[in-house]
Write a protein that binds this ligand. Structure first.
Ligand code: VTB
Ligand code: MG
Ligand code: MG
Length: 327
C-alpha cells in the first residue's frame, strides 16, 4: 500500500474527532456517535483506496453508514483494494460524560488480512514492544505479570495494568492485586488502553480483560505497527453470536483458539490512525482555541516501516468544507 495513505488516514480520524468533540458532556452518546460516523465517512470519500469495511458500525440492517461490507474511498482499480476497520467514536459513554480516552480510530490492511470479528466479546492481553513474546493469555495473571516485569526490567510492584471496570473482571483484578502490581481501572475504551501499552510515557504496561472483539482487531493493528504484542480469544455469548462467527468464515477451532497477533492481522503492511476526542493517556483531546480554530492530536503508524508519527493539527473551522458542512 502507498505510504502516503498514512497521512490521508489521519484526516479521516481528525474529521470524526472534530465532528463529535462538541458533544462532550452532553449526555448524548447516540448524537456524538452519529456525528463521528458522518465526519469519518465524508472524509473517506476522498481517499484513493477501494476499501471494504470489515469491522464497522454493525450489519447493514442496523447501521446505515460504515456498515460491514460498505465500500469506501474513491479508488476504482483492483490494486487499490484494502480492508478497513473503523470505530469513529470508540467510547461513546466517555464523550457523553466528558471522561478521558475517547478516540476516533481507523485501521487498514491488505484485502483479507484482518480477522473478520463479529460483534461479540474477546478476551485480550496486550503489551508494548519491550514485552513482546512475554505474555501468554492461557497463563495465570501472576505468571504474565512476572514475565512482563522481567522483560521491562521492573519489579512486579512497578508494573501498571489497565483493566476495564466490569464485574466480569473481578477475578483478574483480585489476582493483579495479590501479585502486587498497580491497576488503572477504566470505564470504557480498551483500544486506547491497548494503544497506551505501546508508549512508555503513558506509564501503562499491560492491558488485560474482556472487551469487544471488533475493538480487539483494531487494537491489534496498532500493536502490530508498534512492534508490541497481543493475544485474544473470542467469547461468543449466545448461539446467535456463535452462528455469526460461522457466517464470517470462522471455524469452531478459530472461536476457541488463542488468536495471535498474526491471526488478528496477518500482514505487516498495515496502517493505524487515531485522533483523541477527550484528553487521554496518549492523545490530547480536541481543543477549541477560539477564533474558529480547533486543535487535534493524532497518532498514525505504518507496519511496514514501523514509523510512528504524532500529528498535531490546527483546523480552521470556518474554512474547512467538511467541517463547515458538519456544523
Ligand atoms: C467493549 C470495549 C470498548 O465498550 O466493547 C465495551 O472493547 C463494551 O463492554 O472499548 P460492556 O458490554 O461491558 O459495556 C467499549 O468500552 C467502548 O466501545
Ligand atoms: Mg462505534
Ligand atoms: Mg467501540
Amino acid at each position: 500500500m502507498d505510504r502516503s495513505l498514512s497521512l490521508e488516514l489521519v484526516r479521516v480520524t481528525e474529521s470524526a474527532a472534530l465532528a463529535s468533540a462538541s458533544y462532550m458532556g452532553r449526555g448524548d452518546k447516540e448524537g456524538a456517535d452519529q456525528a463521528a460516523v458522518d465526519g469519518m465517512r465524508s472524509t473517506f470519500a476522498g481517499l484513493s483506496i477501494k476499501g471494504t469495511v470489515v469491522i464497522g458500525e454493525g450489519e447493514l440492517d442496523e447501521a446505515p453508514m460504515l456498515y460491514i461490507g460498505e465500500i469506501v474511498g474513491c479508488g476504482e482499480e483492483e490494486e487499490m483494494e484494502v480492508d478497513i476497520a473503523v470505530d469513529p467514536l470508540e467510547g461513546t459513554n466517555l464523550i457523553a460524560k466528558g471522561l478521558p480516552n475517547a478516540i476516533a480510530v481507523v485501521a487498514m490492511a491488505p484485502k483479507g488480512c484482518l480477522l473478520h470479528a463479529p460483534d461479540t466479546y474477546m478476551e485480550k492481553i496486550a503489551v508494548g514492544p519491550k514485552a513482546k513474546g512475554a505474555v501468554n493469555i492461557k497463563a495465570s495473571v501472576g505468571e504474565n505479570l512476572k514475565a512482563v516485569a522481567k522483560a521491562l526490567d521492573k519489579n512486579v510492584e512497578d508494573v501498571t495494568v489497565m483493566i476495564q471496570d466490569r464485574e466480569r473482571h473481578e477475578a483478574i483484578i483480585k489476582e493483579v492485586r495479590e501479585a502486587g502490581a498497580r491497576i488503572k481501572l477504566f470505564t470504557d475504551g480498551d483500544v486506547a488502553a491497548a494503544l497506551a501499552t505501546g508508549f512508555e510515557e503513558t506509564g501503562v504496561d499491560i492491558m488485560m480483560g474482556i472487551g469487544g472483539a471488533p475493538e480487539g482487531v483494531i487494537a491489534a493493528v496498532a500493536l502490530k505497527c508498534l512492534g508490541g504484542d497481543m493475544q485474544g480469544i473470542l467469547h461468543p455469548m449466545s448461539e446467535e453470536e456463535t452462528q455469526r462467527c460461522r457466517e464470517l468464515g470462522l471455524t469452531e477451532e478459530d472461536v476457541k483458539k488463542v488468536l495471535t497477533l498474526e491471526d488478528l492481522v496477518s500482514s505487516d503492511d498495515c496502517f493505524f490512525a487515531a485522533t483523541g476526542i477527550t484528553q487521554g493517556d496518549l492523545l490530547k483531546g480536541v481543543l477549541y482555541l477560539g477564533n474558529n480554530r480547533a486543535q487535534t492530536h493524532s497518532v498514525v503508524m505504518r507496519g511496514t516501516t514501523g514509523t510512528i508519527r504524532f500529528v498535531e493539527a490546527i483546523h480552521r473551522l470556518d474554512k474547512n468544507d467538511t467541517i463547515v458542512e458538519m456544523m
